[in-house]
Design a binder for this molecule. Sequence first.
Ligand code: AMP
Ligand code: TRP
Length: 332
Amino acid sequence: MPTRILSGIRPTGHIHLGNYLGAIRSWVSMIDQVDERLFCIVDQHALTTAEDAKDLRKNTLTIAAAYIASGIDPVKNHIFVQSHVPYHTELAWYFNCITPMGWLSRMTQFKDKAGKNKDQAMTGLFVYPALMAADILIYKATHVPVGEDQKQHVELTRDIAQAFNNYVNTNIFPLPDPIIKSETARIMSLRDGSKKMSKSDPSDYSRIHLLDDDETIDLKIRKAKTDAEPIPGSAEALGERLEAKNLLSLYSLFTQKSLAEVCLEFEGKQFSEFKPKLASTLIDHLSPIRSTMHELLADEASLLQYLKKGADAANAIACKNMHEIRQSLNMV
Ligand code: AMP
Ligand code: TRP
């Protein structure tokens, strides 16, 4: 069976190092191994939380620029905006009709975002995972590369695919597999090593943004939380020193060295000595991406052209699949 990957990022807040390492960089690494690749900017998902929908246009273009600047060629891959392909929301409706509310109530992202007062939560937030399942299954994607926090949603997508297949008595949808790389599954906050780096953290110092300039990257790394102990000679000896582990892991991810090698390299040193090395490594890697993002954002007409090309290709695949889906439902 041909392989087709689909993944997406919500155009909310500032795109950060967690999105880059957990999602985009891992997509880039698998481009040559799969037959077809779709990378979506999921703007309709951003609307499920009102505070995130500010600056939707600007954020959508920024994510598109981040995809391209990080090495996703918009000619060889389909980069597109979710709302440019209306078949996603149509399929989401069919999925709403076969997905028990109990399945959606168990989603941890819903529980976190809805908070205590679930009755006041918006319906869109509740059915968000059915739209995500539609994003994936409208293309019959076989693999979904994501960070650890999305595992539950991809598992639900499999359950929805199976429920729909049973309902129409045909194996119309594949059961997609999540691809989660353990080294980059959960990049942690720079302020609290027990929390993941996230767009919604109120502190900008908790994360590095892809558009941060060199001075800001340097400052955020200098201010990153650590402890007073020196760096140990082995990864195991890091134990529960979560912030220390996160910073050393970041260095390892950008230098292609193992965590064990990084510990040996800095054994006995203080973080004050390590941090400038980490900052300059990050700057070397991120500043070319940032410059290309600025160039792409300055030429909006070309960026929109790439997105149109992506949407045309995505619409062609989705239209064909939707025809088959409607037929399976006995629609006239
Ligand atoms: P979001 O910003 O929630 O739309 O996330 C987009 C993608 O980035 C998803 O695949 C997430 O799993 C991934 N991601 C977000 N935050 C992190 C993080 N701190 N570490 C690893 N992956 C992340
Ligand atoms: N739910 C994902 C997140 O919060 C974003 C997303 C929406 C997605 N649709 C998708 C990811 C389809 C992968 C595939 O990060």
